[in-house]
Design a protein around this ligand. Sequence first.
Ligand code: UD1
Length: 419
Amino acid sequence: MSRLIITESGPLKGKVRVSGAKNSVLPIIAASLLVDGRCTIDEIPYLNDVRIMCDLVKSLGASVEIFEDQTKLQINCRSLSTNTAPYELVNKMRASFLVAGPLLAKTGAACISLPGGCAIGTRPVDLHLKGFVALGATITQGHGYIEVKKNGRLKGGKVYLDFPSVGATENIMMAAVLADGTTTIENAAIEPEIVDLATYLTTMGADIKGAGTDTIKISGARELKAADHAIIPDRIEAGTYMVAAAITGGDVTIENVVTDHLKPVTAKLREAGIEVSEELTSIRVRGGNLKAVDIKTHPYPGFPTDMQSQMTSLMSIACGTSMVIETIFENRFMHVCELKRMGANIKIEGRSAIIEGCSKLTGAQVKATDLRSGAALILAGLVAEGTTEITDIDHIDRGYSRVDDKLRSLGANIIRTEE
Ligand code: UD1
């Protein structure tokens, strides 16, 4: 089992380059199922989740070639052999459900293992299914699988999402691009990753209007063609390095970012007393006198839930009391128990964490319970007195490309041990 061992590090300094966005590359690999032909995807992050998504499309009959530097891949989905996404893969990564839309559109059916619960909440797929039904599909469920089916082409329809779900918006968009007629998604998610997926689909020949707004209109095409695409930078990875600079009182330039995508994080860090300066494609973060600030997570462009746990670590050493409210997922405070073991003073009340800052954190043996919790523990470990040992780091490798190498290049005392 691999571990990360971190000892108290001084202020981080230097430059770090952000990789392509995990939450873009996963739907974009799934979208490649829509065409017969070779698609090239650039700026691939080196992540376990990417490998799982590649294994999944390969299990459906696609061929995938990852180039030597690991940042580019080619997918050819000309000869799919099945439309069943098995439990072994869906169980490893919930985003596997994103193959449902493209499989349904391309082959007329998709049989996907139910994703099941995960550490941060129940995460149902009812909104994805509501969209498929609006396009004329029927849904059956049994033996742990969901089957979505449509004889003939899907028919464009109207769907209003009760919540602007990122995954549901993507799945419905991918199904609708080959439907007969126009589909309207209302109360759609407006995250930058939705726009990135729409850009890829448009390059394939799809007609999509309004991606990045809450109403998306898709006019179905009879056929799409293979396309090349470069993934946008990962705003959550960037945000995590911004907090790494802030928590250590460092001076770090984060390169390959879209500064607009980072606005909610930038605003909160500035409010907390951190100096943030934006350039065209980079952002410089200099630590300052940390002040407690309140945070409430919201869909984009609100404060991202994927940055909540990292900010909780930061607030545990900031002076004053802060309240962090999680509105997206019902069980996203798993990191708090581990942070408390490191000396943080945090109380959970329902969906709120009340943090008494100014704690001197102390290194401890802790466990990464999910991806962003793991990131929060790394950040805490950088400023904790002594040594922090993080287990279950496969969660961290799901979403952070070579995190130990990148942090070490900034002066962090972090090593990976393999047992
Ligand atoms: C995506 C991101 C994840 C991020 C999340 C919210 C990917 C691969 N993952 O996850 O990193 O934390 O957006 O920004 O892009 N919901 C339903 N029914 C559904 C679908 C969702 O009730 O059918 C609920 C969920 O339980 C959750 C909320 O909607 O409470 C948000 O989920 P959603 O936006 O769908 O997140 P994901 O796409 O799973």
